[in-house]
Write a protein that binds this ligand. Structure first.
Ligand code: ADP
Length: 515
C-alpha cells in the first residue's frame, strides 16, 4: 500500500493495522458466535437464533462498521486540517523568505551603487567584496583587489605605524569602529582622506566571519577645513601684529600727547608771561607818553619867541610820532584786556549819527586831505552799545580809509537801520583789498603784504580789536572791497529798546554786571 500525501504517517500506520485487524475481528466474532450458537442455541427455540442473527448482522455489524468508518473519517479530517495548517505555515515561510531575499537584493544594490566605498573583509583582512563606490574612489576594479589584503590601500607610513593591527584590535574590542579619519592610497597614488566605519560580521552561530568597511571620501572637506584653519591662523597672526602695532602707536601717541601737554603748559606759561610783560610794558609806557603828549601840546600851543618855524615842524613830528606810539600802546593794552577776558563794556542808548559827526569833526579839525561825506540818514533810533568803544571803532575805520586811499578821494559815512540793527559803513576809493585777504585782515597782527606797506604805518591790530569790540556788543563787522577801486567797511549795532539777552548776551558776560 502506497501512502497518500494527504494521510499522515500515524493514520497510515493505523489504517494498515486496521485492514488486518478488522476482518480478523469480524472473523473471530462470527466464528465465536457460530460456535456458541452451535452448542447453546440448539436447545433454544428457533426464533432466538434468528433474532440473535438479526441483532448481530443487522445491528451490531452496521454499528461497528459505522464507528470504524466514522473513526477513519475523523482521522482523515484531522489530518487534512493539520496538512492545511502546515501548508499555510510553509507558504508564509516562503513569502518571508522571498521578502528577505528581496531586501537582501535591495541592500546589495544599495551597497554596490553607493558613492561610499563598501567592502567586506575576512578575518585575515582579505578583501571579499568591493562595490562600485570603492572602484570609483580608489580606481581598482573588483577583480584587481578581491582576494588581496586591504593593506594594499594603506599609505606606507600608516602601515609602518601598525594601523592594520590597531584597526583589527579596536574592531574586535567593541565590535565596530565609527568615523575614524585616516588616509588611503588610490591606484594612481592619489591620497584619499577617508572617514572609516568598520563593523564585525557574524554567522548564524554567532562566530566572527569577517568585517565590513565603509569609507567616505572627505578629502575636499578636510582640505577646505585646513584652508580655513590656515586662513584663521594667518588672520590671527595679522590681528596680533596689528594689535602690537596699534599698541606701539598708542603708546607713541600717549608719549607725544604728554609731550604736547607739557609743551602746551609751557606755552601757556610763556603766553601768560608775555601777556603780563606786554601789559606791564604798556602800562609803564602809557604814563610817560601821556606826559610827553601833554608837554608837546603845551609847547605847540605856546607862542614862545624861542621857536622858529623849523622848531615847530620838529615839535609837530614829535607830536605825531608820540600819538602813533600812544595808539599802539593803547591797542596792545586793549588786546591784552580782551584776551584776558577783562574787557569792560558800558552799554547805553546813544545817537550813533551824533557820534559819527563828532568823530568826523575831530578828523576835519586835523586838516585831513580827504573830503568827508556825512551821513544823510535822519531820525535814526538810538543804538545800545558802549559809546567810547564804538568811537574807537569808528576812529579806526576812518583812520584806515585815510591811510589806504589817495589824498583828495572822498570818504563816505552812511547809517541805515532794519528795525533791529543800525548799520554804519565807511567807504573809501582807495587801494582795496585782495579777495583772499578779506577774512585775514581781521586776524591779530595781519597786514596785507603789498609794496606800499612801508608807506603806511600800522601794526595789524586795529581791525582785530574792532571785530572783538563789535561782536562783544552783539553786532557784526565786515568789508566789501574791490582791489584798486576801494573798500566799504561796515558794522552793525543793536538798536536800543530790545531785550538785553537778545541784544548783547556777551556784553553782560564781559561787563560782569557792571553796567
Ligand atoms: P593796520 O594798523 O595795519 O592798519 P588794521 O588791522 O587796521 O591794521 O588793518 C589790517 C590791514 O587791512 C591793513 O594793514 C591793510 O592792509 C588792510 N586795510 C585796512 N583797512 C583798509 C582799507 N580801508 N583799504 C585797504 N586796505 C585796508
Amino acid at each position: 500500500m502506497t501512502r497518500s500525501v494527504f494521510v499522515s504517517r500515524d493514520l497510515y500506520t493505523r489504517l494498515r493495522a486496521l485492514r488486518y485487524l478488522l476482518p480478523l475481528a469480524v472473523f473471530g466474532a462470527v466464528v465465536a458466535y457460530e460456535v456458541v450458537g452451535f452448542f447453546f442455541f440448539r436447545s433454544l427455540p428457533e426464533l432466538v437464533p434468528t433474532l440473535l442473527d438479526l441483532l448481530l448482522y443487522s445491528t451490531i455489524g452496521p454499528i461497528v462498521i459505522w464507528f470504524t468508518i466514522n473513526w477513519i473519517a475523523q482521522r482523515i479530517e484531522e489530518t487534512d486540517r493539520a496538512l492545511a495548517a502546515k501548508e499555510q505555515a510553509e507558504q508564509e515561510q516562503r513569502r518571508a523568505l522571498e521578502a528577505a531575499r528581496e531586501q537582501e537584493r535591495l541592500l546589495a544594490a544599495v551597497c554596490s551603487n553607493s558613492a561610499d566605498a563598501i567592502l567586506t573583509l575576512d578575518n585575515n583582512g582579505i578583501i571579499k567584496t568591493w562595490n562600485r563606490g570603492a572602484e570609483m574612489m580608489f580606481g581598482y576594479t573588483a577583480d584587481e583587489v578581491v582576494g588581496k589584503h586591504f593593506r594594499l590601500l594603506l599609505p606606507p607610513e600608516l602601515e609602518a605605524q601598525g594601523e592594520v593591527e590597531w584597526l583589527a584590535r579596536e574592531v574586535l574590542k567593541q565590535g565596530y569602529i565609527r568615523n575614524y579619519q585616516t588616509e588611503r592610497v588610490a591606484k594612481d597614488g592619489r591620497r584619499v582622506i577617508v572617514d572609516l566605519t568598520r563593523t564585525l560580521l557574524y554567522n548564524e552561530k554567532g562566530e566572527v566571519i569577517g568585517s565590513s568597511a565603509s569609507l567616505r571620501d572627505i578629502t575636499e572637506r578636510v582640505r577646505a577645513e585646513q584652508a580655513i584653519q590656515q586662513l584663521n591662523l594667518e588672520l590671527e597672526t595679522k590681528v596680533a601684529e596689528r594689535t602690537a602695532q596699534l599698541a606701539t602707536a598708542t603708546e607713541e601717541l600717549r608719549r607725544r600727547n604728554r609731550e604736547l601737554e607739557k609743551a602746551n603748559q609751557e606755552l601757556k606759561k610763556l603766553d601768560e608771561l608775555k601777556s603780563e610783560f606786554v601789559s606791564m610794558v604798556s602800562h609803564e609806557l602809557r604814563a610817560p607818553l601821556t606826559n610827553i603828549n601833554g608837554s608837546i601840546e603845551l609847547l605847540l600851543s605856546g607862542d614862545s619867541p624861542c621857536y622858529d618855524r623849523s622848531h615847530r615842524e620838529l615839535l609837530q613830528i614829535i607830536s605825531e610820532q608820540s600819538a602813533r606810539l600812544t595808539r599802539l600802546v593803547q591797542g596792545i593794552l586793549n588786546v591784552s584786556r580782551i584776551e584776558a577776558g577783562q574787557l569792560v563794556l558800558q552799554p547805553q542808548a546813544f545817537d550813533i549819527v551824533a557820534l559819527i559827526e563828532k568823530v568826523l569833526g575831530v578828523w576835519e579839525s586835523r586838516g585831513v586831505a580827504h573830503p568827508f561825506e556825512h551821513p544823510r540818514a535822519q531820525n535814526v533810533p538810538s543804538v545800545w552799545a558802549d559809546r567810547d568803544r564804538t568811537e574807537e571803532v569808528l576812529f579806526n575805520l576812518i583812520d584806515n580809509a585815510i591811510k589806504y586811499s589817495p589824498e583828495g578821494t572822498p570818504i563816505r559815512l552812511e547809517v541805515e537801520t532794519d528795525g533791529k540793527f543800525a548799520k554804519v559803513s565807511v567807504s573809501d576809493r582807495g587801494i582795496g583789498i585782495p579777495a583772499d585777504e578779506v577774512e585775514k585782515i581781521f586776524d591779530k597782527f595781519h597786514r596785507v603784504d603789498r609794496s606800499d606797506r612801508a608807506e603806511t604805518y600800522g601794526h595789524g591790530l586795529g581791525l582785530y580789536i574792532c571785530r572783538r569790540l563789535i561782536e562783544a556788543q552783539g553786532g557784526q563787522i565786515n568789508v566789501e572791497s574791490v582791489l584798486g577801486e576801494g573798500s566799504t567797511f561796515w558794522f552793525t549795532l543793536p538798536l536800543a529798546g530790545r531785550s538785553e539777552d537778545e541784544v548783547m548776551p556777551s556784553v553782560r558776560r564781559q561787563t560782569g554786571g557792571r553796567r
